[in-house]
Write a protein that binds this ligand. Structure first.
Ligand code: IPD
Ligand code: CA
Ligand code: CA
Length: 263
């Protein structure tokens, strides 16, 4: 295993231990609102500190971009971290949340880990070496007609979040697919595309830490990831479409007409 991936896996499992321990006593957690509907708990912070400390121990010169502590350090190597993706689910005891860690070198994603502590499922990828779930190779689905597809998404929930345009997109996708799912943790949704359980995914208003690891998983599983113009700017714009290559193309032509209306 790529040594950097090995250290990322260790860090993700440690964060998973913190999350699992805290899940036994959710009512006792202190929760703060960052903005409306955007929650952070002491678990998010403790898991993030654990991940950063354990990676810093090995790579003291690397930079970090993490949800709760922002950007620290300056290096061509940057770790992109969501210590607990799906905080709202976690705080409700709804078992869909996970840890997401990616490493970029000169802005190019190199290794990815998404860890689902509820199922003890570990998704890993390194550039050029494929994607794995618990050490078994995973590939995107083979479905080729959008109408047969199960598509994941996330609802915009912050103020001024293009909810009207999103609702139009939702309607189009709902009418042209087998179904839509909104599990509530973008990193796991993308991992599920990589594993072929969802045929595609789209969301607007995401942050780099929600997408970085999941995007590399999908690419290494043979899928495509892009923004709503079909370009590669999803980490910058927060707008993402992903899927197997055939479905990516069909989602793009379905959703692109709406993207001009987004702010
Ligand atoms: C959220 C989840 C959710 C997505 C939100 C994200 P968080 O991450 O990934 O599925 O719809 O946009 O902010 O805040 O729970 O880490
Ligand atoms: Ca997140
Ligand atoms: Ca988070």
């Amino acid at each position: 295993m790529n040594p950097m991936l090995g250290f990322a896996v260790k860090a993700a499992r440690r964060a998973g231990d913190i999350i699992n321990r805290a899940a036994e006593n959710i009512e006792q957690l202190t929760v703060q609102h960052k903005t409306k509907n955007d929650l952070v708990s002491e678990v998010d912070r403790a898991a993030e500190a654990e991940i950063i400390n354990s990676l810093k121990n090995v790579y003291p010169e690397h930079a970090f971009l993490a949800e709760e502590s922002g950007r620290t350090g300056s290096s061509e190597f940057e770790w992109i971290i969501d210590p607990l993706d799906g905080t709202t689910n976690f705080l409700h005891g709804f078992p869909v949340y996970g840890v997401s860690i990616a490493l970029a070198y000169k802005k190019q994603l190199q290794v990815a880990v998404v860890f689902d502590p509820c199922r003890n499922d570990l998704y890993t990828a390194s550039r050029g070496a494929g994607a794995y779930l618990n050490e078994k190779r995973i590939r995107v689905s083979k479905r080729d007609k959008l109408i047969d597809c199960l598509i994941g998404t996330g609802f915009p929930f912050k103020a001024n979040s293009d909810i009207e345009t999103y609702a139009e997109m939702f309607k189009t996708v709902a009418l042209n697919t087998a179904g839509i799912r909104r599990p509530g943790a973008a990193a796991l949704d993308l991992a599920n595309v990589a594993a072929g359980r969802l045929d595609g995914f789209w969301e607007i208003g995401l942050s780099p830490w929600d997408m970085a690891a999941g995007a590399l998983l999908i690419k290494e599983a043979g899928g495509l990831v892009g923004d709503l113009e079909g370009e590669d700017q999803f980490l910058e714009t927060g707008k993402i479409i992903a899927g197997n290559p055939k479905i990516f193309a069909q989602m793009l032509s379905t959703l692109r007409p709406h993207s001009k209306k987004l702010t």
